[in-house]
Design a protein around this ligand. Structure first.
Ligand SMILES: Cc1ncc(COP(=O)(O)O)c(C=O)c1O
Length: 619
């Protein structure tokens, strides 16, 4: 806040004045004329290219209005000290549209505060982040560019000293604190990239940083923060406990809270990513794809780019099950998601920041949604192109850029994707590798029921021909048949249709399970065991990743009901996905739901999922 107010911009500068504010190498600014007169035009919805406006219409039935008046008092879940607000609560499922489509196109406010926009811009230009951050390279992704028929440039902020862009915002905020506040020290609650940013920034500014983390935080994250000089305080079982404790300590010890995204100086720090792209990019740029959690990076990049290069589209990218910015723009107000997917844990944020939303509404072009497989596929693409491994949130922008170009058939243009982080637990790589090929549509998974008679298996093998079978599980099921669960790989996505047609035209009953989440997360890892169990009902629970959670889960249902099956799979660092089979009679259902409600973990009934139906036969 201080930095914004301290800049005395009394009038909107003209284009000449603006040029003089730009970094000192005007020759490498690619766009020869920076016209402030265009700026006002571009921020008005009516001046958007009509093809983009038409893309904002969702296909029939795909997105019902998610506005509801289910207003509750909520706290931001990730990173920041709880901001208690009354905001409507919605489900991520309320707003879904095809991957790559530009949706959630903002409704521009009637009046735009240009002076404020200018203050952001000038503060980005004079930000102090280079005391700790590097100007990260802008690299061409050669393989992906050829594959997509565009020039895809990667803004490599995963190459910062702390392997993410978060150092920029944290440092900028702390460097702008009044001397006395800085000397008293800072505090934040985070188990992610923000924690490392705050710890490093505090070290450079010679002040103390307390980072409150839940007790279940993996040792690797704790060590990373400690090695940067951060004072780690483990508190509570959940992130919310840690957040509450940080808030209390900040009051007791008069420490400044450093929030991860909802702060003007944090946004300004992240905006330096945009400024660097402006300096580094040669030739006309079509769009910049930015990952979105709370919206700090998006708001920062837009605050620079839309003012200086208004013709360039600024597109946010979110996982389809963590679409908090898309939902806010769609509803034209900040909303809170009831639940968020945690695969890309860096962006698993239920509620975007107010200021981040305000800026996005004025400046960005829309949001692209992608699924977990598409993100996993891009981690693989990135590895093949650069031999670097990104964390899921870090690869989100590539997935968005790829889907957008494919969906809109865009060719021959320059596109930038901000690769924002590379902090991942090594053991998460296994599930990413499992999902990557189906995300790239180079692997399909099927289940086929084979009659138990001589020659069936041979006929089945003939069907496969010379195809590469990447996974094969055969299970004798009854006197009459057996079930085969298998995956087939192809070199290019276009071959997959042919494979599917051949398999589906066979005499055997076959299910295409390529997109089935239950199969991806559970069924493919479990063959064998008992077949039919009376009154068996299947549920999928999301458990917080903390010690004691599994025990608490088991205690809630056992021994009241017999547990017939459990498959537990960790998802990132925040949660675990549990498939459970329970023997529950119809008359006991209400009692079960009451116990599950008391337990407080999210769950869905999956007994009617085709994969569960197979499961009753396969397992
Ligand atoms: C790797 C990575 N990418 C993207 C984001 C999203 O940033 P923001 O919350 O500013 O939208 C984060 C947030 O921590 C992150 O760690």
């Amino acid at each position: 806040m201080e930095s914004l107010l301290s800049t005395t911009t009394t009038s909107v500068p003209n284009s000449l004045a603006l040029k003089s504010l730009l970094p000192s190498q005007p020759s490498i600014i690619p766009h020869s004329s920076i016209q402030l007169s265009n700026r006002t035009k571009t921020v008005r919805r009516s001046n958007f290219p009509s093809f983009l406006a038409s893309l904002s219409k969702l296909p029939k039935g795909s997105a019902n209005s998610s506005s509801n008046n289910n207003t509750k008092t909520n706290a931001v879940v990730d990173g920041s000290i709880a901001i208690v607000t009354g905001v409507p609560e919605v489900s991520w499922k309320d707003l879904q549209y095809p991957a790559g489509m530009l949706g959630a196109i903002p409704k521009r406010p009637e009046v735009i505060d240009e002076r404020r926009q200018m203050e952001y811009l000038t503060n980005i230009l004079s930000s102090k982040v280079y005391d700790v951050a590097i100007e990260s390279p802008l690299e061409l992704a050669r393989k992906l560019s050829t594959q997509l028929g565009i020039q895809l440039w990667l803004k490599r902020d995963d190459s910062q000293f702390v392997f993410s862009f978060k150092i920029r915002g944290a440092y900028n905020m702390m460097a702008n604190l009044p001397k006395e506040a800085l000397e008293r020290g800072v505090i934040c609650a985070s188990a992610g990239n923000h924690a490392q940013g705050v710890a490093l920034a505090a070290g450079r500014l010679r002040t103390e940083a307390i980072i409150v983390m839940p007790r279940s935080t993996p040792p690797i994250k704790i060590e990373a923060v400690r090695s940067l000089g951060g004072n780690v305080l483990l508190h509570g079982d959940t992130f919310d406990d840690a957040q509450e404790h940080a808030r209390q300590l900040s009051k007791e010890r008069n420490l400044t809270i450093i929030p991860p995204f909802d702060n003007e100086d944090v946004i300004i720090g992240q905006g330096t990513v945009g400024m660097e792209i402006g300096r580094q990019m040669r030739g006309p740029l079509h769009a910049i794809f930015v990952p979105v959690g709370g919206g700090g990076l998006l708001a920062g990049v837009a605050s620079f780019y839309k003012l200086v290069f208004p013709e360039v589209k600024i597109i946010g990218v979110e996982p389809n099950d963590a679409n908090s910015m898309a939902s806010a723009l769609h509803n034209d107000q900040v909303v809170k998601l009831e639940t968020v997917g945690t695969f890309a844990d860096g962006v698993a944020v239920k509620q975007v920041g107010d200021e981040n939303f305000r800026i996005s509404r004025e400046l960005i072009d829309g949001i692209v949604l992608v699924d977990k497989d598409a993100i996993a596929a891009c981690i693989k693409d990135m590895f093949e192109d650069t031999r670097s491994i990104l964390e899921p949130a870090g690869a989100l922008s590539i997935a968005g850029a790829k889907a957008y170009c494919e969906y809109n058939n865009i060719k021959g243009v320059n596109i930038v994707a901000v690769t924002s982080g590379a902090n991942m637990n090594f053991d998460q790589l296994g599930s990413i590798a499992d999902n990557a090929d189906s995300g790239n549509q180079t692997e399909a998974t099927f289940a086929t029921i084979l009659p138990e008679k001589p020659g069936s298996l041979i006929t089945f093998s003939d069907l496969m021909g010379s195809r590469s079978v990447t996974e094969f599980k055969y299970r004798f099921n009854s006197e009459k048949n057996a079930i085969v669960l298998y995956s087939v790989g192809v070199k290019v996505a276009s071959e997959l249709g042919e494979v599917k047609k051949k398999i589906e035209s066979s005499p055997f009953e076959t299910y295409d399970l390529t997109k089935n989440e239950l199969v991806k997360d559970h069924l493919r890892y479990m063959m064998g065991g008992r077949s039919s169990v009376p009154n068996e009902v299947f549920y999928r629970f999301t458990l917080p990743e903390r010690s004691g959670a599994l025990l608490q889960f088991l205690d809630a249902f056992s021994p009241r009901w017999n547990i017939s099956l459990i498959h537990y799979r960790r998802q990132g660092i925040i949660s675990a996905d549990v498939l459970v089979g329970l023997q529950i009679e119809g008359s006991e259902e209400a009692e079960f739901h009451e116990s599950a409600r008391k337990l407080g973990f999210g769950y869905v009934v999956v007994s009617n999922d085709p994969a569960s139906k197979l499961l009753t036969q396969v397992v």
